[in-house]
Write a protein that binds this ligand. Structure first.
Ligand SMILES: O=c1ccn([C@H]2C[C@H](O)[C@@H](COP(=O)(O)OP(=O)(O)OP(=O)(O)O)O2)c(=O)[nH]1
Ligand SMILES: [Mg+2]
Length: 158
């Protein structure tokens, strides 16, 4: 049986434009998880260089949600440019300018950007607040203390 897709209502996020030259975040296609964030600066990243880049935007993410700043795969694949602190966390209470902590991982080539270039994407998600409670004992599980490759993997590395 074919069922109609569930359409989730959009979460309203107020945006304050600090720079009129920069567009609001926008989804390139219906169904995209990330809304593109644009550069408010013209700049060049030398090989290995990183920079905190202005987006020209401040925003009001509703309580109970978070904005996660993800890299764009095209920039990473074509130029080796990605986020240093990926994904960046935009807290709901943050009212400052959203900035992008970018790095050029290409060992040989510099890359230049213009105002308005799409540099990263904002994924908005609900968040659950934890109540951290100290206990004497943790429950047993099949995984137990196994981690950091305990299930194997990387066959070529043995
Ligand atoms: O890529 C990012 C990551 C963070 N922020 C802003 C929004 C976020 O709410 C705030 C704090 O981020 P985070 O908690 O990751 O940084 P911190 O080093 O823990 O700083 P703080 O002590 O201010 O929490 O900085 C950005 O603009 N871009
Ligand atoms: Mg913090």
């Amino acid at each position: 049986m074919v069922t109609a897709p569930v359409v989730t209502a959009a979460v309203r996020i107020g945006i304050k434009r600090l720079d009129p030259a920069v567009p609001l975040p926008s989804y390139a296609h219906p169904g995209d998880a990330g809304a593109d964030l644009h550069s408010a600066e013209e700049f060049t990243l030398q090989p290995g260089e990183r920079k905190l880049v202005k987006t020209g935007l401040a925003m009001e993410i509703p309580d109970g949600y978070v904005g996660l700043v993800h890299p764009r795969s095209g920039l990473a694949a074509r130029h080796g440019v990605t986020g240093v602190n990926s994904p960046g966390t935009i807290d709901s209470g943050y009212r400052g300018e959203v900035k992008l902590n970018l790095i050029n991982l290409d060992p040989d080539h510099a890359v230049s950007f213009a105002v308005g270039d799409r540099l990263a994407q904002l994924v908005v998600q609900p968040v659950v607040r934890a109540e951290f409670t100290e206990v004497d004992q943790l429950s047993d599980t099949p995984r137990g203390h196994g981690g950091h490759g305990s299930t194997g993997g990387h066959d070529s590395l043995g």
